[in-house]
Design a binder for this molecule. Sequence first.
Ligand SMILES: CCCCCCCCCCCCCC(=O)SCCNC(=O)CCNC(=O)[C@H](O)C(C)(C)COP(=O)(O)OP(=O)(O)OC[C@H]1O[C@@H](n2cnc3c(N)ncnc32)[C@H](O)[C@@H]1OP(=O)(O)O
Length: 181
Amino acid sequence: MPDDLTLPEPVGSFPAAGQPVPQHWSRCFGCGDQSPAGMSMSFTAGEGLDVWGRLEVAPRYQGGPGVIHGGILSTAFDEALGMVCRSIVDGPVVTGHLEIDFARPIPLGSVLEFHARIDGSIRRKVYASAEARIVEGPTADPDVVVATSRGLFLTVTAEHFEKTKDFVDGVPERPFGTSSI
Ligand SMILES: CCCCCCCCCCCCCC(=O)SCCNC(=O)CCNC(=O)[C@H](O)C(C)(C)COP(=O)(O)OP(=O)(O)OC[C@H]1O[C@@H](n2cnc3c(N)ncnc32)[C@H](O)[C@@H]1OP(=O)(O)O
């Protein structure tokens, strides 16, 4: 991470602490309510440049016997880190780099809580990090971090999606006027 990062003020469009952070697009695999095969993650704004996320670990997310697939967990972190970027960016961002540390097995049937925050930004680059805890389920312990993640997100303009807009699955919507598609 560069050492000349700044921590911007939150943008006016970001919800107040404790309020839901809405899906950024209804067809998103991570958060969309019109993505039947998706993960239906939900998010709440934190006290600062942070969000809280929730994921119910469905049986279809299985990787090894009885545990979440690592790619699903990575997707959930991607979503959580992307969501927290909305606290400082009033427009689309895309993932440039994502890293995950898998610290503990996560059984199917768990409910995961994610806490993601902005670490800083410079130019178009936003650095964010997050951790996950099991808050419901067979091995729930809110004091134990089961996985951590760090990511780099890049702000982009609507033109970024021009080349792929013909492949959109479903009708593009702009729930907040600044949706990425
Ligand atoms: C309501 C609003 C909606 C908003 C939705 C938000 C929620 C979203 C939630 C969804 C969650 C799911 C989200 C998803 O799943 S997004 C889907 C997955 N991601 C992608 O598809 C992105 C594919 N990649 C690209 O399009 C380009 O490579 C991007 C746009 C990322 C950069 O290409 P671009 O030509 O534009 O930029 P640049 O090359 O001039 O580089 C610019 C700067 O960035 C630095 N750099 C670049 N890459 C890396 C790297 N890998 N590591 C380290 N650094 C990197 C680079 O050094 C330079 O730094 P500096 O010279 O300034 O120091």
